[in-house]
Design a protein around this ligand. Structure first.
Ligand code: TYD
Ligand code: MG
Length: 415
């Protein structure tokens, strides 16, 4: 009612828990650097070598991992598979789901088809943060999975499940428990338009590791990235494929983005090597250049930044005398990945030149960043990229090792 006062519970979760968080590490006297003992972190293997390497060699005991991603991308599937793989012998894995009933999880487990005896996989369909904090120590698991943090709620905090207060309270309680008991905990965080606020982002400073599972829903490929890792590399990626019977690691991910039939004989196509974390991937870049029928020609970029395309077109026009002013230009990265690596600049330019001049760049690989002056810059991990291309049988590599400027490269093609 208007103009009336109503008593509400004081919102305590935001300030108090964060202060308590550090209390377990606090002591009154500071230590000298040489007095501090360094213990090698004990790690558990998840059964997925791609995931283990993204984590930096397995999951660290007592650490908190947040697995974020769009709804339906495969987070629950991946985690249930980890739970199935790890709950063998005497190891207990506790899988808490606030989204699905125990029967639904069992159905999913049947779909994944593991032939192992998983009598040590404990399932709990639960959304009560405080109750879960009682369940965890009793179950004595080696790993706890909470799916998802947005479904957890407690009476100690105001707000509905999914609100910033509830999410932070739940995460704080679980992380504190994980640290005290030395049990690693993996929490799921959905990324939705609103969830970006209440979900992974507000938790990223609380967890040790932040992983993102991404991919287009209509393709099977899933990329697991680490955006933050206190115990391992960041920017590392793991490549998976979503199959009908669960998520699988890919055996030869290097060739993932290459189409099966060799398109590079066709004009307008060339290969590039892009780095995802520390791993090189071969990709195909396609361009189509046609005379424009409208006063302001079209420039359409898919998979690369539109502004980058405009910049490269300007460089081609100014420094290589290629009259693109009246042409429509379309550029596409085959395989549906998004490129932000400037190491693909050279290949983008060459694909455009190839389409414009109708020359084939069959089995050629371009590696190089293009500067505003038309110069070719050396990219990071050039040797690694070159090696990868050679390994896959591509020997004709165009890079800053042989050429100084984009013009030199373009001139060499016309000969
Ligand atoms: P899910 O793991 O529930 O996604 P999230 O937890 O990230 O929301 O994955 C759901 C989608 O994955 C759903 O569209 C069905 C599909 N799927 C498979 O393709 N194969 C499988 O083995 C399973 C279990 C699900
Ligand atoms: Mg799920």
């Amino acid at each position: 009612m208007w103009n009336t006062l109503k008593e509400i519970k004081v919102f305590q979760s935001l300030s108090t828990p964060v202060r308590q968080a550090s209390s377990s590490f606090q002591s009154s006297a500071p230590k000298r650097l040489d007095q501090i003992k360094f213990e090698k972190k004990q790690r558990l293997f998840t059964g997925f070598s791609e995931l283990d390497s993204v984590l930096g060699g397995g999951i660290v005991k007592g650490s908190a991992v947040l697995l974020a991603g769009d709804p339906g991308i495969g987070k629950s599937t991946l985690l249930l598979q980890i739970a199935l793989k790890m709950s063998v012998g005497k190891s207990v894995v506790l899988y808490i789901s606030g989204e699905e009933s125990e029967e639904q999880i069992k159905l999913r487990a049947d779909r994944i088809k593991t032939s192992r005896n998983n009598s040590n996989l404990l399932l709990s369909s639960n959304t009560n943060t405080d109750l879960i904090c009682e369940i965890i120590p009793k179950a004595k698991p080696m790993l706890v999975i909470v799916d998802s943090i947005q479904t957890m709620e407690s009476e100690n905090v105001s707000g509905l499940s999914g609100s910033v207060g509830q999410v932070r309270y739940a995460a704080f309680q679980f992380i504190k428990l994980a640290k005290t008991l030395g049990i690693p905990i993996v929490m799921v965080g959905h990324v939705t338009k609103e969830g970006m606020v209440a979900g992974p982002m507000v938790l990223s400073h609380m967890v040790d590791t932040l992983l993102f599972l991404e991919g287009e829903k209509f393709t099977r490929t899933r990329i697991l990235r680490s955006l933050k890792n206190r115990f391992g590399p960041v920017d590392e990626v793991g490549i998976f494929a979503m199959e009908d019977e669960g998520i699988k690691e890919l055996q030869n991910p290097e060739q993932l983005f290459l189409s099966k039939n060799d398109n590079s004989a066709m004009n307008g196509s060339i290969l590039a090597v892009t780095m995802e974390g520390t791993r090189p991937f071969l990709i195909e870049i396609q361009a189509l250049v046609i005379p424009s029928k409208i006063p302001i020609p079209r420039r359409v970029a898919s998979g690369i930044d539109y502004k980058r395309l405009e910049l490269l077109l300007a460089v081609l026009q100014k420094h290589c005398n290629i009259p693109l002013g009246g042409m429509d230009v379309f550029v596409n990265i085959a395989g549906g990945i998004k490129l932000s690596d400037p190491g693909a600049d050279l290949s983008i330019c060459l694909a455009i030149v190839s389409s414009f001049k109708n020359i084939s760049l069959w089995r050629k690989v371009g590696i190089g960043e293009v500067g505003l002056l038309g110069e070719l810059r050396k990219v990071n991990a050039l040797e690694k990229r070159t090696r990868q291309a050679r390994k896959l049988g591509f020997r004709d590599i165009i890079s800053s090792e042989k050429f100084q400027t984009l013009k030199d490269v373009v001139n060499s093609l016309s000969k």
